[in-house]
Write a protein that binds this ligand. Structure first.
Ligand code: 2BA
Length: 145
């Protein structure tokens, strides 16, 4: 890759660098906590996006949110995993980023979040932009400049 000036780098569009939706592990808001925990455990990721049936971003679910939700006064009430739904537990406090956004915007958000959910103009989920991908691009640009 030809190195870019700082300005050019920051103005690079994120589109080409996202992990596309079909490769992103995700759950639906109506899925049980058991299903979500199974997917989180099997995928190895600590947090994954929650989507609706039309592939619109709804929130974020993590193993810690799930274990916290089933924690009773004296023990983990694992039977709740079957009855509780992802939408009861997910956090909505998570930013999305437009597919048209540039690296500058993404870097600012990636300081506080390990990944960003990328959405289209119509609010459909397009994929994720991860810290790892961004740091790799940053390294490439620094070492080749
Ligand atoms: P975490 O699951 O906490 O993962 C932190 C970092 O650990 C990841 O950084 C990656 O470098 C590594 N890692 C964890 N699980 C991995 C796995 N199964 N395969 C390969 N590497 C793994 P990033 O790649 O920057 O990802 C940041 C966050 O984005 C992840 O945080 C996870 O929450 C989410 N994520 C990344 N790829 C995903 C995917 N394909 N599906 C769903 N979520 C994904």
């Amino acid at each position: 890759m030809i190195s870019l000036s700082g300005k050019e780098f920051l103005e690079t569009n994120i589109k080409e660098f996202i992990i596309p939706s079909e490769k992103v592990a995700h759950v639906q808001a109506g899925n049980s906590l058991e299903h979500a925990l199974l997917l989180l455990t099997k995928s190895g990721y600590s947090a994954i996006p929650v989507l609706d049936p039309k592939y619109r971003f709804q929130g974020l679910i993590s193993s810690s949110l799930i274990t916290d939700a089933v924690l009773g006064l004296e023990r983990f009430e694992f039977e709740k995993l079957e009855t509780m739904r992802v939408e009861e537990v997910m956090t909505k406090d998570f930013p999305t980023i437009s597919i048209h956004a540039d690296f500058k915007k993404a870097i600012e958000l990636l300081i506080d979040h390990p990944f960003l959910c990328v959405v289209s103009d119509e609010d459909y989920f397009e994929g994720i932009m991860t810290r790892r991908v961004m740091l790799k691009q940053l390294r490439k640009n620094i070492y080749h400049s």
